[in-house]
Each structure stands twice: as C-alpha cells, then as structure tokens.
Design a protein around this ligand. Structure first.
Ligand SMILES: C[S@@+](CC[C@H](N)C(=O)[O-])C[C@H]1O[C@@H](n2cnc3c(N)ncnc32)[C@H](O)[C@@H]1O
Length: 226
C-alpha cells in the first residue's frame, strides 16, 4: 500500500460506516449541488451518451449526469464500497431511473469496457496513482471522449488561504482513524494528488478547461481526449 493511501478494506470499512451521513452531506451541503452541476455542465456529455462516474459514492451526481444524457443515455457508477453502493442503489430505485446502474469495482482498474465520458468528483485525492488512473480513463473514452474532474484541495487564493487551517482540519477528520496516525501531512498529499490528476487531464486533452471555485478550494477540470 502506498503511504497515505487507505487500503481497499480500510476505505470500504470507513465509507460503509458513514455512508448514511455522507449521503446527507453530499446531497444537502449548501453550494455543493451548484458545484456538481457546474462540473457536469463542463463535462459536456451529450444526450444518448454513456457516462461512467468513478468513485460514485452514494450517487449524489446521478441527477445531474442523468439530466445531461437523457432517457436515451446511460449512467454507470463505479465504487469499491458496498455501503456507498447500497445508498446509490436506493437512490436509483427511489427515483425509478432505468438507465442508471452501479457496479462494484476499482476506479484504478475500471470494470467497464467503453464509455463516451468519465467523471470523478472528490476521488483523485484517494488514488495512490492518480496520473495512471486518469490515463486509463482517457484510454477508456478514447479520442474525442470527455473527461471531467471535480476536487477539493487547499486554496492558493488570497481570499481562501486564511481558511486553509480549517480545511486541513476537516481533511484530517475525514480520514479513517488508522490513517490519522500514519499520515503526517494529509492535506499536502491531497493537494499533490489533486494537482497531479488535473495535470494528467490537461496532458491528455486538447481543449482542457480548468477553473477554481469556492474561494479556491474547489478545482474543476474538463476536456476532450486527443
Ligand atoms: C469522497 S467520496 C466521493 C463520492 C462521490 N463521488 C461524491 O461526489 O459524492 C469518495 C468515494 O470514492 C470511493 N473510492 C475510493 N477509492 C476508490 C477506488 N480506487 N475505486 C473506486 N471507488 C473508490 C469511496 O468508496 C467513496 O465512495
């Protein structure tokens, strides 16, 4: 296991334990829905497309992704945590969506053969090798396919920097407890992985668009694979 990267079992245990609370926060935190919508608008999937969401969690992005692809398109969520997938399945059933599916699997080795677009939110920082993962996602969608990332990291903007200590505390609090003993600088690791993932997207896309939001804490990148 790479230093600072929770193992699969640890991630599954942690997120299964907190899946209900996570779903409430993921779906109702003020401002978050707007960020999700903005990121998915940037992804610019087309009606009829198949979009794969890596690390879909409880499916908080599904309404926005489904709006983009319409009834003719398909949304496939991939996650390795059973408890999160259970919440996502409940959401799909509740909404009566017939073209939204979830599958258990590792975003670093996605169990999906083909897609028009790949989206991931708040996942890059959890991957041991985000560059390799983004590369795989680019290969998965192929030339002309779309990639989109939404991540949080410490702010480099003057207006957000005073809040970095608070943000770092939240990052630390959101780690599995074993990890807290092992990771001296979790926020730095998060920053590095998010930056690496977003750079990898820019390297693989011809028209990559990058922007920051929420005082510089939210990073959004999207583009078309060359
Ligand atoms: C912070 S949550 C984000 C969930 C969702 N994308 C959202 O925006 O609310 C991270 C999710 O990524 C999943 N995850 C972490 N590493 C993963 C991996 N290698 N493959 C698939 N899912 C992973 C976790 O199980 C968890 O559900």
């Amino acid at each position: 296991m790479t230093e600072g990267t929770p193992g699969v079992a640890e991630t599954q245990q942690f997120y299964t334990r907190w899946a209900g609370l996570y779903d409430t926060l993921a779906s109702h935190t003020p401002g978050l829905g707007g960020l999700r919508e903005r990121a998915i608008t940037r992804l610019a999937a087309n009606p009829g497309d198949t979009v794969v969401e890596m690390g879909c969690g409880t499916g908080a992005n599904f309404p926005y992704l489904r709006d983009r692809v319409g009834d003719e398109g398909t949304v496939v969520g991939v996650d390795l945590t059973g408890g999160m997938l259970a919440e996502a399945r409940d959401r799909i059933e509740r909404e009566g969506w017939e073209n939204v599916h979830v599958v258990a699997g590792d975003a670093a080795r996605p169990p999906v053969a083909d897609a028009d677009a790949v989206f991931a939110s708040f996942v890059s920082g959890m991957l041991a090798n985000p560059v390799a993962a983004v590369d795989d996602w680019a290969d998965l969608v192929g030339e002309g396919g779309r990639l989109g990332l939404l991540d949080l990291a410490r702010s480099t903007e003057q207006v957000g920097r005073p809040l970095n200590a608070l943000f770092s505390g939240l990052v630390f609090a959101g780690l599995p407890s074993k990890r807290r003993r092992n990771v001296a600088d979790a926020p730095r690791l998060l920053d590095d992985r998010v930056a690496a993932a977003q750079r990898a997207l820019r390297d693989r896309c011809e028209d990559a668009h990058y922007s920051t939001h929420a005082l510089g804490f939210a990073r959004l990148a999207a583009g078309t694979v060359e």
